[in-house]
Write a protein that binds this ligand. Structure first.
Ligand code: ADP
Ligand code: MG
Length: 252
């Protein structure tokens, strides 16, 4: 479980403090996906970085499974927007990387990696380098790496944004299937309301300047492909887009 209470983060810019986040409280129950949406610049990435342990200068409390945010003690799966693959390492090396650093390598891990690569269609790409892959393929490598790690929590920063619409929907399904098997507590930042409505059990709408939680919605249809084709889904999407627009921001 991720529990955030009264979180505030300020950045120093031109010798002045700028509040990026203020009064942010939210709880992500164990084994659920929390989708975070909101206008550009409202502090979504800042929020993920705090939970990932990358930003330590904050006030308020952040607890993961009842303990402090400690990348040393916890397994934190962080997927940055640009996939985070190392260009000088092959696909296979990239997938093994996080696990190797955390636990060393084992037969068991190798078997799990093989199964994951089969599922993600990566078996024939293992000796390639990231720049020899399409965006969708790179995203699959990134997913294989993070699911091989079997993290305590998974943090994804606009993971599918750089993909074309068809590939993005495909990758949402790939993620949904992997997630359903593993049931990892996940925070997924996105600016696509449809993605939030498809993948999040909980949808947190943030507003900006300074970034805070404007609304929390429960979404009991999470993961249902059928739900995506209903008029209710369409109406909810429109409603969310209007809310984000009303905050004075662009939506995609
Ligand atoms: P989002 O991910 O929602 O687009 P960010 O968390 O990246 O928003 O940024 C929130 C605010 O903090 C923005 O106004 C941004 O310009 C500012 N900001 C982000 N990173 C830094 C930084 N390292 N130094 C100063 N200001 C920053
Ligand atoms: Mg961001």
């Amino acid at each position: 479980m991720i529990a955030i209470e009264d979180l505030a983060v300020a950045y120093q810019r031109q010798k002045q403090e700028h509040n990026a986040l203020q009064n942010v409280s939210l709880t992500v129950p164990q084994g659920t996906v929390c989708a975070v949406i909101g206008p550009s610049g409202c502090g979504k990435s800042t929020l993920l970085k705090v939970v990932a342990g990358l930003i330590k200068d904050y006030t308020g409390t952040v607890r993961i499974n009842g303990g402090e945010v400690s990348p040393k003690k916890l397994r934190i799966g962080f997927m940055p927007q640009n996939y985070g693959l190392l260009p000088w390492q092959t696909v296979a090396e990239n997938i093994r990387l996080a696990c190797r650093i955390k636990d060393g390598w084992s037969e068991e891990k190798a078997a799990k990696m093989e199964a994951l690569c089969q599922k993600l269609g990566l078996t024939d790409l293992l000796n390639r380098y990231p720049q020899e892959l399409s965006g969708g393929q790179q995203q699959r490598v990134s997913l294989a790496r993070v699911f091989l790690l079997e993290p305590d929590i998974l943090l994804m920063d606009e993971p599918f944004s750089a993909l074309d619409a068809i590939t993005r929907e495909e990758m949402q399904d790939v993620f949904r299937d992997l997630w359903e098997e593993a049931g990892i507590t996940t925070m997924l930042v996105t600016h696509y309301v449809e993605e939030a409505l498809y993948l999040g059990q909980q949808i947190v709408l943030m507003s900006g300047s300074p970034g805070t939680v404007a609304e929390v919605m429960e979404n009991r249809w999470q993961g249902s492909r059928q739900w995506k084709t209903t008029t209710e889904f369409f109406a909810k999407s429109q409603e969310l887009k209007e809310k984000i627009k009303a905050m004075g921001a662009r939506t995609l």
